[in-house]
Each structure stands twice: as structure tokens, then as C-alpha cells.
Design a protein around this ligand. Structure first.
Ligand SMILES: Nc1ncnc2c1ncn2[C@@H]1O[C@H](COP(=O)(O)OP(=O)(O)OP(=O)(O)O)[C@@H](O)[C@H]1O
Length: 257
């Protein structure tokens, strides 16, 4: 049997709360196959972003076993080989805070390529123009800075930046929550098109159950830092087994259950 693209086992992350410690992730395990979209749903504070941060190697003090194509990946920030960092990219919810305001769009997109030694300077410039076109933006935008762009355009830049290093998996942490509905739909369609064109895998974290249902093949339901239900998306939405999942689905706008 071939190994899944990503396998995470028994991920734990605690934060200090006064003198006590609080478990943001309490033994989370999941896997993502190549080209698959896996959703993670749960209410605010359930541990979704903590999970993305652990997988991205951004969570100090996290423990667990993480594997990429069967190969062990260090979970601690700073311990991860560059190649593993390249293969797992992350797109955050807030397209303002996640882009360096002092750099041009071209420099933002090219930065990761330079870090990972991809192409010459001229090749990177050319690649930036291609990536901007791939995410539906004018290549001339490379000369502008983040504050000159709309929220949707910024999120397209964050996606282009992730794509620039040719990842296998993109962690999407509420990538459309800060956007209005029309722009949300455009970004989701873009993500779907990119996935089909490049065989990308996504771990899609969202409050928005409709979006998860539309996009994801598998879904995990998380509460209190633990996964309480997992399965093919339609099965989980059509016949939720855990009371927490039932409550979450019943609270969806337009839910009939
Ligand atoms: N840096 C931190 N220090 C202390 N506690 C934290 C920290 N970051 C997150 N937490 C706590 O850990 C828990 C999980 O947070 P997390 O951000 O993973 O939740 P979430 O499901 O992504 O929430 P949201 O949907 O609101 O983004 C929450 O109770 C949160 O208050």
C-alpha cells in the first residue's frame, strides 16, 4: 500500500493559562491523500487553526508524529528541512496581515522561490507573471504593494505565493472568511480549478459548512481539541453520528434537520 501524502498521528499542543496548561489539540490524527481535499470543521476555539499551525511547523511545543509520503517530518518549528517546508504551504484567513506591506507583490511571490533556490532572478520574474495570470490577476500587478489591492486580490496573491514553490499540500485556514460572498465564490472556484490542474491536496479549515460540503472529499469534526467524527463528506453531513456534529449541522443557515 502506498503511503498517504500526509499522515498526522496523536498531535498535541498545550498553551499556558495562568498556572494551568490548556490543551488546544488533544491527540489529533488524520491523513490526506495526494490530490484530496480534506475539511476540518468545528466552532470557534475548537482547535482548527492550532491544527494547521502544527502541520505547518509553526507551533512551539507541539508533539506528534507527522509524515509526508511516509517520511518523518519534524513537528517542531525550526527543525524542519527546507524541502518539507516547501511541500506544505499555508494560506491564512487574513490577507492583510499575511502579506509584508513593505514588499512589492512580485517580491512577495518570488520570496519563497528564492529561499528554496528555485530559478534564476530572471526566471523567477517570469514565473511571478505566470502565477499572477494563473490566479486571475494582471501580471503588471507585480509592481504594486499589498495596500493597493482589494481583499480578494490579496488572497489571490497569498495563493500565488503558496503555489510558487510547487507544494503538494496547501493548508487553507479559513481562506475566504474575511471576504464578501461574491469574492468568496471566486476564490473557491479558483482553488478548485488549481486543484484540478495541479493535483494539489488541500486541508481546508472552515466555519462554513456549505463550503466544506462543496469542496471536500473527507471531513473531520473537531471540538475541544479532539476529532469526534470523520468520514466521507456526504456521509458526515447526511447521517452525522456524533451529537456535536448534529448540533453543528442543525445550526447551519437553512438546515432542515
Ligand atoms: N497563542 C495562544 N495562547 C493561548 N491560547 C491560545 C493561543 N492560540 C489559541 N489559543 C486557544 O486555543 C484554543 C484553540 O484555538 P484555535 O485558534 O486553534 O481555534 P479555532 O478553532 O481555529 O478558532 P477560530 O475558528 O475562532 O479561529 C482556543 O481556546 C484558543 O483560545
Amino acid at each position: 500500500m502506498t503511503a498517504a501524502l500526509l499522515e498526522l498521528a496523536d498531535a498535541r499542543l498545550t498553551y499556558r493559562r495562568g498556572l494551568a496548561r490548556f490543551a488546544a489539540l488533544d491527540g489529533v490524527s488524520l491523513s490526506v491523500a495526494r490530490g484530496e481535499c480534506v475539511g476540518v470543521i468545528g466552532e470557534s476555539g475548537s482547535g482548527k487553526s492550532s491544527l494547521a499551525r502544527v502541520i505547518a511547523g509553526l507551533a512551539e511545543g507541539a508533539t506528534g508524529d507527522l509524515r509526508l509520503s511516509g517520511e518523518r517530518v519534524p513537528i517542531a518549528p525550526g527543525a524542519r528541512p527546507r524541502e518539507h517546508c516547501r511541500r506544505i504551504q499555508i494560506v491564512f484567513q487574513d490577507p492583510v496581515g499575511s502579506l509584508n506591506p513593505f514588499l512589492t507583490i512580485g517580491a512577495i511571490i518570488a520570496e519563497g522561490m528564492a529561499i528554496h533556490g528555485i530559478g534564476s532572478r530572471a526566471e523567477r520574474r517570469e514565473r511571478v507573471a505566470e502565477l499572477l495570470a494563473d490566479v486571475g490577476l494582471d501580471p503588471a500587478m507585480a509592481l504594486r504593494r499589498p495596500h493597493e489591492l482589494s481583499g480578494g486580490q490579496r488572497q489571490r496573491i497569498a495563493i500565488a505565493r503558496a503555489l510558487a514553490v510547487d507544494p503538494d499540500l496547501i493548508l487553507l485556514d479559513e481562506p475566504t472568511s474575511a471576504l464578501d460572498l461574491v469574492v468568496q465564490a471566486q476564490i473557491l472556484n479558483l482553488l478548485l480549478a488549481l486543484q484540478a490542474a495541479r493535483g494539489l491536496a488541500y486541508l481546508f479549515i472552515s466555519h462554513d459548512l456549505d463550503v466544506v460540503r462543496h469542496l471536500c472529499h473527507h471531513v473531520h469534526v473537531i471540538t475541544g481539541g479532539q476529532i469526534v467524527e470523520s468520514g466521507p463528506t456526504d456521509d458526515v453531513f447526511d447521517s452525522p453520528r456524533h451529537p456535536y456534529t448534529r448540533g453543528l449541522i442543525a445550526a447551519m443557515p437553512g438546515a432542515t434537520r
